[in-house]
Design a protein around this ligand. Structure first.
Ligand code: KG4
Ligand code: ZN
Length: 345
């Protein structure tokens, strides 16, 4: 069965084709992506109306591209999956409306996918896919969650951020340092030249026994240190602040992952979402987990941030698990706010 996946929840338009395999891991046939980062850069963040307009422009050419790349005719698509939420309402409506229209035109069902389930299952697209059960760390621009994952559709929330997400901490710190948008990759590049112990920054909730996170106070501490540097800080001082900020975020994430593994007794960790692309996080998690005999799995670097492949993959895994068949009603709705436990089997 060939499944087209469409992602349009925020500032990336992603389309992909995945094929189910019966009992094995579904196979990625092709994927195409357009990032709007350059367009939003001038505004220092995502402008929802501009995001929606750009998704409309991109979604059909990207679909043509993935069909051509995979040498598949549109009539051979068996199911059209799309991100139903969470995300920006207008942006989500573009993907949902396109999927419904394509489904109607082809006489094929559509399947609504939860964006975070897409991230969570994205490591199955990698050359070294995990197996169930595992602990998942979901770190994106909007979410920071630890989950126990028993199987497809079996997700138990162990802890999450009580305020800002880890990606938000990267983005907001980068913004106040004048690094532009999106800040995570820029801040981590700058951090390469800095000393991680140059500034004493807090490690919020690190020593609490829960698996919750808090990053709002860290952002305020970064702001205070940045003010202290005065106008026109030296490049070295900025690099030191970037490295210290990254170190604080990474240290808390690594510590809570180890705590979640200890509390659940599980020996496998999956990291997903945009912040999962961070090299400092990857190297420190790898070192800490190797020490404990825990296997860590990541999505391919290019599939850490939003993409259509993870949406097609989540749909394919749901279909193979017998949890979904798709919907032929031709109607659609989006869910800008949508908790992951609502899609549990
Ligand atoms: O998963 P994603 O593409 O979108 C959401 O669903 O939110 O994640 C985007 C987030 C942004 O906050 C971005 O700054 C962060 O992931 N990010 C990074 C890196 N690459 C992306 N943060 C730190 N280091 C990176 N290399
Ligand atoms: Zn995302």
């Amino acid at each position: 069965m060939k499944i087209l996946g469409v992602e349009s929840s925020c500032d990336e338009t992603g389309v992909a084709l995945v094929e189910t395999t019966g009992s094995g891991v579904p196979r990625l046939l092709s994927h195409a992506l357009h990032s709007q980062a350059d367009m939003h850069q001038a505004f220092g963040g995502v402008v929802p109306e501009l995001a929606s307009r750009d998704h409309i422009r991109r979604v059909i050419p990207l679909t043509r591209q993935v069909l051509a790349q995979a040498d598949v005719n549109r009539g051979d698509i068996d199911l059209v999956a799309y991100t139903q939420g969470p995300g920006l309402a207008g942006a989500l409506l573009v993907g949902a409306g396109f999927a419904a229209a394509l489904g109607l035109a082809l006489g094929r069902p559509t399947l609504a996918v939860h964006h975070l389930e897409g991230h969570l299952l994205s490591p199955f697209l990698s050359a070294d896919p995990p197996s169930f059960p595992f602990v998942a760390l979901l770190v994106s621009g909007g979410h920071t969650q630890l989950m126990r994952v028993q199987g497809v559709g079996q997700y138990e929330l162990l802890g999450e951020t009580i305020d800002d997400a880890a990606g938000e901490a990267f983005d907001k710190s980068a913004k106040l340092m004048g690094l532009g948008y999106p800040g995570g990759p820029a801040l981590s590049r700058l951090a390469l030249n800095g000393r991680a112990d140059a500034f004493a920054l807090p490690r919020p909730l690190k020593h609490s026994p829960t698996l919750d996170f808090s990053f709002a106070g860290l952002k305020t501490a970064v702001m205070t240190q940045h003010h202290r540097l005065g106008p026109g800080p030296s490049p070295q001082a900025l690099a030191d602040l970037a490295a210290s900020t990254q170190a604080a975020i990474v240290e808390v994430l690594v510590h809570k992952c180890l705590l979640a593994l200890k509390q659940t007794g599980l020996r496998r960790l999956v990291v997903a979402g945009g912040v999962g692309a961070n090299t400092a996080l990857r190297s420190q998690l790898n070192a800490a987990c190797a020490h404990k005999g825990v296997r860590v799995h990541y999505p391919e670097l290019t599939l850490c941030t939003d993409n259509g492949a993870m949406i097609a993959m989540a749909a394919a895994m749901r279909v193979q698990a017998g949890l979904a068949q798709g919907d032929r009603a031709g109607s659609f709705q989006v869910r800008p706010r949508w908790a992951l436990d609502e899609v549990c089997a």
